[in-house]
Design a binder for this molecule. Structure first.
Ligand SMILES: [Zn+2]
Length: 189
């Protein structure tokens, strides 16, 4: 399983501006990174952030549990899991919401791409007596669906979300909305 890790430049020995995708990266002697003992996994590549503030590294690890163990261990740098693993974490972290039936729910827009796991992210119409939850960006009405079923359906048809596939679906989670999946800007990996 491939993960992305964002690391500060001082983690690396040598000049970061010489790094390019696929370049061999030398780790500074005092770095907390331990590629050599496979605490993180096998280093695949490194890319320099255009702003020069961080280096994004792609590493191969056994599975998501290895990443969770690292985090539990106090791993200090951001790790981006593959899309399907991130979607699983969204279901795991979905709250039970007072006023909703028991279980985990997705609330999604019928007029744009916005979705959330928490109905409290929505705004409400002012219609007296029966407020309708609405997308907080564009005001489109919302629907709800069981979380696991909704995400399983998305995973089963990544083509629905355009060339970026599930990355576009994930980009719409709790973010300012767009009408079309192709409107989400997805950084290339
Ligand atoms: Zn919207």
């Amino acid at each position: 399983m491939r993960i992305k890790i964002s690391l500060p430049l001082e983690t690396f020995a040598g000049r970061a501006d010489r790094m390019a995708p696929g370049a061999e990266v030398k780790i500074a002697p005092d770095s907390p990174l331990k590629w050599e003992d496979r605490r993180v996994g096998t280093l695949v590549s490194a890319m320099v952030d255009p702003l020069g503030q961080a280096v994004e590294v792609v590493a191969e690890v056994a599975d998501a549990d290895a990443v969770r163990a690292l985090r539990a261990d106090g791993w200090p740098y951001p790790i981006t899991l593959p899309t399907v693993e991130r979607l699983a974490e969204i279901i795991d972290g979905a709250p039970e919401v007072p006023g909703m039936p028991p279980g985990k729910w997705i609330v999604y827009s019928v007029g744009c791409c916005w979705w959330t796991t928490d109905v409290r992210d929505s705004v409400h119409s002012s219609r007296p007596g029966a407020p309708i939850p609405l997308c907080p960006t564009c005001g489109a009405p919302l629907m709800q669906a069981p979380a696991a079923k909704f995400i399983a359906a998305a995973i089963s048809r990544p083509d629905h979300y355009g060339p970026a596939g599930l990355e576009a679906f994930l980009a719409a989670f709790r973010a300012p909305c767009h009408r079309a999946w192709t409107d989400y800007e997805i950084p290339e990996v």
